[in-house]
Design a protein around this ligand. Sequence first.
Ligand SMILES: Nc1ncnc2c1ncn2[C@@H]1O[C@H](COP(=O)(O)OP(=O)(O)OP(=O)(O)O)[C@@H](O)[C@H]1O
Ligand SMILES: [Mg+2]
Length: 179
Amino acid sequence: MKKIIAISGTPGTGKTAVSRILARKMNANLISIHDIVKKRQVVYTTDRKRNTKVVSISDLQKAVNRKIKPGLNIIEGHFSHDLRSDVTIVLRCNPIELAKRLKRKGWKKAKIKENIEAELIGIISAEARRNKNVMEIDTTGKRPGKTAEEIIAKMKMPSKKPIDWLKPRILLKLGKALK
Ligand SMILES: Nc1ncnc2c1ncn2[C@@H]1O[C@H](COP(=O)(O)OP(=O)(O)OP(=O)(O)O)[C@@H](O)[C@H]1O
Ligand SMILES: [Mg+2]
């Protein structure tokens, strides 16, 4: 039997860090979308203006299919919520903390702002909810290991509760965090 868990989320929410631990804990086959693109196992074009690589979802699905093994599979990466899976986990992070994480990664201001806004309004969650069994996990103030444990617990006791950052106290602090 094959089971597929997709781990998605805005950049910096911890998809890679959490999935590595989760795969070890669950003894799952880990498939990284970033690796597939890096190893050129899927064709991509480059959007130079936005400095991002663009892949077609159907090509990506084919490349992922080649890596699926019997048993449990975890697909982690930015567009994993658009791929075939049994459950989709969307990692969330308070935008104020996310700004700090992306700064630490050395990201440029404009790119940080774009991603913070995406997280603030929950674009990935909204996209994933179009056609998926979705669970959101708040990673704020937690370590990746704790987040992985929470995912395992939530899969046993699913909760569909959405996370909402659009609160006055967060918006007030966010202005400063983006300076
Ligand atoms: N609770 C948490 N869960 C996951 N990562 C966390 C957490 N707290 C802090 N971090 C840190 O935040 C960073 C998240 O980076 P990571 O590369 O895993 O994100 P990502 O979602 O895979 O990003 P990208 O889309 O750029 O690949 C790591 O340095 C990680 O250690
Ligand atoms: Mg990653």
